[in-house]
Design a protein around this ligand. Structure first.
Ligand code: PFF
Length: 443
């Protein structure tokens, strides 16, 4: 859950929902989590625990074929590329936590013009130095945890802090419902307009489901290789899926009322959406009691930093475990390669929102390109291949052995899971791809 709950829920989910029609996206997203995400998570857990190896080696060990090893390597590459641009946004959360600490949002709110929040964000991301400093700070914090093996510390503290984030989201939901744009925001988020559902929306919702559940980048597989034998992987997959989805839905309930309350802000504003809308929520709902607005805003950004850190740690761990186990490298050196490499790529991603904004590939900035290639191509391809691998290549008894502690439900659930992995997941992904390319005409 630490890996799954992060910026994907609070930043990327509202951004994608806003770009893809709100309610229509939400509906497809929930279906994708239940029908594809949870079975795939069980599949990744099974591969990780059965092979007891990092993702880069796990598929090859279980199939004894070199070609399946390529799937693991693609997942490691996806984790590395995601870490690079995810850390850029992680740096933004750090900056916003500092701004909250210095009570900057309250000062901005007192100026009485909501466009200051947009100006604040835009001038920050286009600054050539500050975002880079925040990016580096976040990456080094992640590096420190991965190298020092203080995972038990972060695990313990996130077990305490994550429920607080959850509680604070509930408070925020209540706050958001008191904003002037609440009715419009909820209508946008909860009323599905079926005419908007096309292959692009389904592809985005599917990618978001995988991204948010940390699937298709070896993360759940790597973590499962450290699981105890008696850990119940099915129950874990359901719990993580439910928690992750609830945080995302709450983020939507908070963001869209805020978006419709801020003049000039549109739901399809892109990556800036959350960072402009959120500081407004605290000030609008609790502006009358500045101390409350201060405490809530600071608590929220600090908890967001922690949630983000538990996600960057898991991304870093995938690549570090792969390098140190397959290249026979000490963990410390492997971690330096990962941190250094993602810092270099992250710098380009960050600058592409400012001084390098003119540099585009297929109409996308470097930042958007990283997001598109990883989430919409690599993760979906990995999801397709993982379901084929576990459904068709892995021996059924190997999968059955991993699904422990089910009691009498075991047999029935096992056949449903195998059916989903053999047919439902790969056929839906392939169908959406072909439809998107214009080769099928379903949606
Ligand atoms: N699932 C994380 C989030 O929603 O923020 C992002 C993430 C973490 C993706 C770890 C992939 C991963 F391996």
């Amino acid at each position: 859950a630490g890996s799954a709950v992060g910026l994907g829920n609070i930043w990327r989910f509202p951004t994608e929902a806003g770009n893809n029609g709100g309610g229509a996206f939400l509906l497809v997203y929930i279906l994708c989590v239940v029908l594809m995400g949870v079975p795939l998570m069980v599949a990744e857990f099974a591969v990780g625990r059965h092979s007891r190896a990092n993702t880069g080696s796990a598929f090859r060990i279980l199939s004894k074929r070199r070609s399946w090893g390529l799937l693991g390597k693609m997942e490691v590459l996806a984790a590395f590329l995601i870490l690079a641009y995810y850390s850029v946004v992680a740096g933004w959360t750090l900056y916003y936590a500092f701004q909250s600490l210095l009570n900057r949002f309250n000062v901005m709110a007192r100026q009485g013009d909501s466009s200051v929040f947009a100006d604040n964000f835009n001038s920050f991301v286009s600054d050539p130095w500050l975002p880079l400093l925040c990016l580096a700070a976040f990456l080094f914090a992640t590096h420190f945890v991965v190298v020092r093996g203080v995972k038990s510390g972060i695990e313990r503290s996130s077990k305490i802090l994550m429920p607080f984030l959850f509680l604070l989201m509930v408070v925020l939901v209540v706050c958001a419902l008191t904003t002037p744009g609440a009715a419009k925001g909820l209508e946008f988020f909860f009323t599905p307009d079926f005419s908007k559902i096309d292959s692009g929306v389904v592809m985005s919702a599917m990618a978001q489901a995988f991204y948010s559940l940390s699937l298709g980048m070896g993360c759940m597989c790597t973590y499962a290789s450290y699981f105890k034998r008696d850990a119940n992987i099915t129950k874990t997959a359901f719990t993580v899926g439910l928690m992750d989805m609830s945080v995302a839905v709450m983020a939507g309930i908070v963001i869209f009322p805020a978006v419709f309350s801020v003049p000039g802000l549109e739901p399809d504003a892109g990556p800036s959406l959350v960072f402009i809308a959120l500081p407004n929520v605290f000030q609008m709902a609790m502006g009358g009691i500045p101390a409350m607005a201060y405490v809530c805003s600071l608590a929220f950004y600090v908890l967001l930093v922690v949630a983000t850190l538990t996600s960057t740690i898991s991304l870093h761990e995938v690549v570090t475990a792969y390098l140190s186990e397959t290249r026979n490298m000490p963990r410390r050196r492997a971690a330096w390669y990962v941190t250094g490499g993602s810092l270099v790529l992250g710098i380009f991603c960050s600058l592409s929102l400012g001084v390098l904004s003119g540099m585009t590939v297929a109409g996308m900035t470097i930042f958007d390109l990283f997001d598109y290639v990883t989430a919409k191509i690599m993760l979906l391809a990995a999801g397709f291949l993982t379901s084929v691998f576990v459904g068709w290549v892995l021996k059924p008894h190997a999968l059955a052995n991993e699904l422990t502690n089910w009691g009498t439900l075991k047999l029935r659930c096992f056949s449903v899971l195998v059916f989903m992995l053999r047919y439902v997941v790969p056929l839906i992904i392939a169908g959406v791809f072909l439809d998107g390319l214009g080769l099928l005409n379903i949606l």
